[in-house]
Design a protein around this ligand. Sequence first.
Ligand code: GLY
Length: 336
Amino acid sequence: MLARRRFLQLGSLGLSAFSLKSFAQSPMHKPIVISTWDAGIEANKAAWKVLRAGGRALDAVEQGVMVTEASQSCCVGLGANPDRDGHVTLDASIMDEHFNCGSVAFLERIKHPISVARRVMEKTPHVMLVGAGAQQFALEQGFQLEPAVLSKDAEKAYRNWLKKSEYKPVINIENSRKQTAFVPNKLENGEWNHDTIGMVALDNAGNVSGSCTTSGMGFKMRGRVGDSPIIGAGLFVDNEAGAAVATGQGEDVIRVAGAHLVVELMRQGLSPEAACKKAIERIVKIKGNKAKDIQVAFIAINKRGEHGAYAIQKGFNYAVCYGDAANNLLDSKFLI
Ligand code: GLY
């Protein structure tokens, strides 16, 4: 009966069991945490401490990305690239196994937007707070107002950007397979070349949760918000199916409700990798010739502890951790 239902579900997706064989089924691990880009290695270590001790996936994904937010060495958190007017504005979201979710967007001068997003989820009747209201809420909750200064790297990158003030996304390229420690990736001109950390985890109790935090596109228009704080776009969790998170050009993730799409495809029987690929194909179809100018990638885990990823372009990697000595950066498959 179950097999027949799965066959019918796959048929409705235009897939046969045969075509699914072309997707690697990753080994199953429980607990497991995965996160985007090379910064995920350090973030996973913090998340793993929570999971190893039998803690909740929700706590793991918050603790994990806080490492990156605090690092001052990546395009996440207050050390990140500013908008075109010179202000760092941060977006973050978090979601647990009960469809509880919280997010903040266009938040300034707060070190840990992910923790503010969690407070929105737990302490308010709302899902999302933005701008001055989000900052006011953070202060009411005891978060500290940080100085409005750029990090050394961001200051340099901003001055460099101002020379041309060219407003265009940069495709992220990283290569990694042997890397097991965070080695910052920079472009030739010294700018950081990625902007988001997304993390999803499955805990010992079999529950999934996810988090996502970003400074958004470097030198963006003031007020621009990407996919990361939009539940269903940058992040989605459904405890019956799994969890997914996105990185890359947020506008194109929002258009297809990307993370929700990936999770829904897993619910219908696809593996995490196959689901991520199908969502990437959807974006590429919409973008047509312009797909080659952007990067979007998804990572996902399912309830069985399988993981997967897919990107538009070469150069996306993600960190997979299921043990103290099992925290590795993997190169994602890609479409074009
Ligand atoms: N994916 C992050 C952003 O576009 O803001």
